[in-house]
Design a protein around this ligand. Structure first.
Ligand SMILES: [Zn+2]
Length: 316
């Protein structure tokens, strides 16, 4: 326990620890993180189809051979197999090792940034949910409910554990707050994030239907994005929420403009097989969810800079 408190007091153990120890810790975090990423690949592939994420074990989608444990090691197996199925030689998408690498790096970054702390654990857990949400949205144009439920549960556990370490979490300070958002800021962040974007979705849908730019049964924006922003509000707090929306919109707009300028056609996403509405996304449109998720991770890590800039204007 004493060691834990000591480690928690370090600002960034990865840079303050002896290099050899830091390297071992970073490698261990990379291993744990990429294994979580490997599980996320299963979540991304199966949850939209309503399949179990634990059973059955992974098979090659082409030849249906069960994948042996030694061919299922995060990052390494994909490299050793040279991106091909051992049995049938079908190529394995680079997305699998990409997700594993990203989640591994997030694990290292969380401890480098927040030390060995509950906040590091919370930001890592929330980021993994956001990575899953981003890829599921890319594939299916929907964000499942488990995303917002997970984010709220993670934020709740985070508040309880962080409040146990630091009572400041229970104080009511809306704009001036530390690295860890306080309870009131989280509750309001969740509510404002969801209700704000939901209201915007309803208003813009009504407007576009009236002006004929949408059919009577089309939506300008789904409920999923609003739930996603609400979940993120609970993780980063109210004061950092505008930055999530701003960074998400900005990055989405930049990518959208580049895609239009270069004539890149967005892959139309694979419609979920049992989707009753059989909805096909309009040409040239991009999902907002992946950019919101990306912004959520960025703000969870670097939102403090924005809060420091904001603080003098709201300090009373
Ligand atoms: Zn195969």
């Amino acid at each position: 326990m004493e060691l834990l408190t000591e480690l928690a007091a370090l600002e960034s153990p990865l840079t303050t620890l002896p290099p050899a120890v830091a390297l071992v810790l970073a490698m261990w975090l990379m291993m744990v993180g990429s294994s979580v990423g490997s599980f996320l690949n299963v979540v991304i592939a199966r949850v939209p189809k309503g399949e179990s994420v634990v059973h059955p074990r992974s098979r090659c989608p082409q030849c249906h051979t069960m994948i042996a444990w030694y061919d299922n090691i995060p990052l390494l197996s994909w490299l050793l197999l040279r991106a091909k199925c051992r049995q049938c030689g079908t190529s394995i998408s680079a997305r699998y090792p990409f997700v594993e690498l990203v989640v591994g790096l997030i694990a290292v970054a969380a401890v480098a940034k927040f030390g060995v702390s509950f906040r590091a654990l919370e930001v890592f857990a929330a980021s993994t949910v956001l990575v899953a949400a981003a890829f599921i949205d890319l594939d299916t144009w929907t964000i499942p409910y488990f995303v917002v439920v997970s984010l709220v549960v993670i934020a709740g556990l985070g508040t309880a554990l962080e409040g146990w370490m630091d009572p400041a979490v229970w104080r009511f300070e809306m704009f001036v707050e530390g690295e860890v958002p306080n309870l009131a800021s989280r509750v309001l962040g969740g509510a404002v994030g969801f209700l704000g974007l939901w209201a915007f979705a309803v208003l813009s849908t009504t407007y576009f239907r009236k002006t004929g730019r949408l059919q009577p049964d089309e939506e300008a924006m789904g409920l999923g994005d609003a739930l996603l922003l609400g979940g993120m509000g609970a993780v980063v707090g109210l004061a950092a929420l505008p930055l999530v929306l701003f960074a998400g919109s900005l990055q989405g707009a930049v990518v959208g403009i580049i895609m239009r300028a270069t004539g890149a056609e967005h892959p139309e996403g694979t419609p979920v097989e049992d989707d009753p509405e059989d909805w096909i996304p309009p040409k040239g449109s991009v999902q907002f969810g992946p950019f919101l998720a990306l912004a959520g991770i960025e703000v969870a890590f670097f939102g403090r800079l924005w809060l420091e800039w904001l603080a003098p204007y709201f300090r009373v």
